[in-house]
Design a protein around this ligand. Structure first.
Ligand code: GLN
Ligand code: ZN
Length: 763
């Protein structure tokens, strides 16, 4: 007998109800009680959606962030809210949103540009959590009220509740010690808090507790490995049964450790660690529960149920009624309900599964194991024909694309000449002054621009009218840049809703959902496009806009593209071929655009790789492989151009230490990066030997409405010039300006241009 359970359900709501409730509350439009009632209503609905499961997660709901909730539960609150009296929910919002709420709200535009530095990515997902803060003096004091209330609430509704908490070792591992003290030294203080919490859950009727330790899929050193043994010996008091839960990857060298921990069950991500199922099943004591994550919690594809049963049935025979089935990880990372989608065509829809559908798949799998495949014959047949159709569909497989990919080796992968030679040719042609000034691409996305787009989408205005308005915006943008006296112009990206979606919409092989929202942080959601088939570019995507912009000025106009790695990392991608293969197809498509721009006379082309760093695998041992294909995709995209064409790339983050060699290997002529908040110190990694090309270190933080002074910019650039030869320095903001207002952009750029003039005069 196999049981089913879930590790977590998307809390934002099928129609983003939680988002809207939160935002109304923050604006003062609804009361705290109304917000709480909305939360209770969503929990109830989500529990109902999961009612067919044998165990339903409780405590996975969070108004803002479940890691922050855990910090509250453990009484580990940062200094700045400790003294705040009032409702705990308000305190949590204070920590989450800080003083300057707008800064947090703009984060989605530039996911790595965390203003307050308290938010970071949850493992390799696009979910951002509030980083627990520690010092050597941190103490813990359990406040179990949130969990107990939700547990009581669930049990009152007849839910087979299984509370979910973050385990102690992962909790310490994902936090930061503000005083650089040893976080593990806190473990002896932390464990009693966990024991107390588990006891409290037991008294409120919990039998199983899911304790998440995803850090186990990463490389652990000796001390952290030891911490697991210590921790779970202490937590194994018998008050509740513990399901130690790992996800997002493989256990590898940690597998024997996991199998030997004194817990009553272990969850393995059998999508990512399919190869480890047999070993774990063999090593785990016979009386332990083995929970297998058999349905992918990170993508939107249907599971191949028949193929899964083929390997699952033998496991079920040995594990008996100690086999549990679940999604690979929490369903937080997928949209709620495929049924809401009205515009996806039926065929594509038949290949997809969102959270609700994934739970249906679990039920079919469990029934097949428990009552034989014949008991779910129809469901298995439907699934088989959907899988077959997808495997054979001409919408997925495009021979022309595959032929091009097969010949990728014949394309020139390197620029014609080394950088030093190219730089001379480009300088002769572009005739830019020292310290050339530019921006990262987007100018303010005004309310009018957004309205124009939605009116166009709704059919209120036709294509001609739409293009006219966008052209007028581009013209305005060029005029403003003339007025400012910038050296290299951009067209401003008025036509783009989003830097990935814009390209996805113009490529074959992409689909878009209406309601496929996934929480990114707090009330913020993203709707990743769905890369379902071989990628091709039916026609040029940006050339008209760029050439129009260029026609309005004598200054060089930068062509503006999103790079293949970023498009890949911000999409739901295919599971029927490696990510690297999808990336290579994207690279070929964007390469065609690069070459079209060059043919149209565009002398400078920027290829944004904002999300390159976030694609790094969880295990360092796998970094090289990823970086190799990511860099190679950039080469394919960029390197078909002549020496005279200047290639820029942009990355909106500042941690380059461990990837600088790969960044250098990309060999863009110019890279613009985020640096303003680190006082140019990070430029230390860009020393001449490791990074010989040109660099535009961002001189001001676009996440903040503050206007940088000329003096400040001059100082920053002088610091930069201590590290990088002046001939190789550019001046630009940290990132695109789309979230700013014109009345902020104009004075900021005026000061930037003035700073450049001063630097030139005193060079
Ligand atoms: N060109 C894009 C812009 O300026 C880059 C955005 C980003 O790096 N996130 O908006
Ligand atoms: Zn950026």
């Amino acid at each position: 007998m196999a049981y089913t359970h879930n590790l977590g359900f998307p809390r934002i709501g099928a129609r983003r109800e939680l988002k809207f409730a939160l935002e109304s509350y923050w604006k003062g439009q609804i009361s705290r009680d109304e917000l709480k009632a909305k939360g209770a209503q969503l929990r109830q609905r989500h529990w109902r959606d999961q009612s067919a499961l044998d165990f339903v997660p409780v405590g996975d709901f969070a108004f803002y962030d479940h890691v922050l909730d855990m910090s509250f539960t453990l009484g580990n609150l940062p200094e700045r809210v400790r003294h705040h009296e009032g409702d705990a929910l308000d305190s949590s919002f204070r920590i989450a949103r800080g003083r300057s709420a707008p800064a947090a709200d703009q984060k989605a535009q530039c996911p790595n540009g965390v203003t307050a530095g308290e938010m970071t990515k949850w493992f390799d997902t696009n979910y951002h959590y509030i980083v627990p803060e520690f010092t050597a003096d941190t103490t813990f004091a359990v406040n179990s009220s949130r969990l107990l209330e939700q547990l009581d609430e669930a049990r009152a509704q007849g839910v087979a509740a299984k509370p979910v908490i973050i385990g102690p070792v992962t909790y310490l591992a994902i936090g930061k010690a503000r005083d650089d003290s040893d976080r593990l030294a806190l473990l002896p203080r932390l464990l009693p808090a966990y024991v107390e919490l588990l006891n409290a859950l037991a008294t409120h009727g919990a039998t199983w507790v899911q304790i998440d330790e995803p850090i186990l899929v990463t490389e652990l050193d000796e001390e952290w490995t030891q911490a697991f043994s210590t921790a779970y010996r202490t937590l194994n008091t018998g008050s509740v049964k513990l399901l130690l839960t790992t996800y997002f990857g493989q256990l590898r060298e940690n597998l024997p450790l996991v199998a030997a921990l004194p817990v009553q069950g272990v969850h393995l991500d059998a999508v990512n660690a399919r190869d480890e199922v047999e070993a774990l099943n063999a090593q785990l004591p016979a009386e332990s529960v083995l929970s297998l994550g058999v349905v992918n919690g990170r993508n939107i594809w249907k599971t191949d149920l028949n193929a899964t049963l083929d390997w699952l049935e033998p496991v079920a025979r040995t594990r008996g009624d100690r086999l549990w089935l679940a999604p690979s990880c929490s369903l937080l990372h997928v949209p709620v309900d495929l049924e809401s989608e009205e515009k996806l065509d039926a065929e594509l829809k038949s290949w997809l599964a969102f959270a609700r559908q994934k739970l249906d798949e679990l039920r079919v799998l469990a029934n097949a194991l428990n009552h034989g495949r014949a008991s779910v014959k129809a469901a298995l047949e439907t699934n088989r024909s959907a899988m077959d159709a997808r495997r054979q569909s001409p919408r997925v497989h495009n021979p022309a694309v595959q032929a091009r990919v097969a010949k990728i080796g014949e394309l020139r992968h390197h620029r014609n000449s080394p950088y030093a030679h190219r730089a001379q040719r480009q300088a002769a042609l572009l005739k830019l002054p020292p310290f050339p000034t530019t921006t990262i691409g987007s100018f303010p996305q005004t309310a009018e621009i957004r309205q124009t787009r939605s009116r166009f989408r709704a059919g209120d205005i036709d294509e001609t009218a739409y293009r006219e308005i966008i052209r007028a915006e581009i013209a305005r943008c060029v005029r403003e840049q003339e007025g400012l006296g910038l050296d290299v112009f951009v067209h401003g990206e008025a036509e783009r809703n989003d830097m990935v979606e814009y390209f996805g919409e113009r490529l074959e092989g992409y689909a878009f959902s209406q309601f496929g929202w996934v929480q990114s942080y707090g009330s913020r959601c993203v709707k990743p496009p769905i890369l379902f088939g071989d990628i091709s570019r039916p026609q040029a995507m940006t050339v008209d806009w760029i050439t129009y912009a260029q026609s309005l000025t004598d200054k060089p106009m930068k062509g503006m593209l999103t790079g293949p790695v970023t498009i890949l990392n911000w999409s739901f991608v295919r599971d029927d071929q490696p990510r690297s293969a999808s990336c290579a197809q994207l690279a070929l498509a964007i390469r065609e655009e690069v070459l079209d721009l060059e043919r149209a006379g565009v002398r400078i082309i920027q290829i944004d790789e904002a999300a390159l760093r976030e694609g790094l695998p969880l295990r360092r041992a796998q970094w090289k492989e990823y970086l190799d294909w990511a860099v190679s995709a950039f080469h394919i995209t960029a390197n078909g151009v002549s020496d005279e064409t200047q290639i820029h790339t942009h990355m909106c983050y500042s941690e380059f230490n461990d990837i600088i060699d790969s960044i250098a290997a990309m060999d863009a002529d110019v890279i613009t990066i985020e640096t303003s908040r680190s006082d140019m110190e990070l430029l230390d990694v860009f020393d001449t030997f490791r990074y010989p090309n040109e660099i535009g270190p961002g001189v001001y933080d676009i996440h903040s409405p503050n206007i940088p002074t000329e003096e400040h910019i001059v100082q920053l650039m002088r610091k930069a010039a201590e590290r990088i030869p002046v001939e190789r320095l550019w001046i630009n903001p940290d990132c695109g300006l789309k979230t700013r207002q014109w009345n902020e952009v104009i004075p900021a750029l005026t000061n930037m241009v003035a700073a450049a003039a001063r630097l030139r005069a005193t060079k």
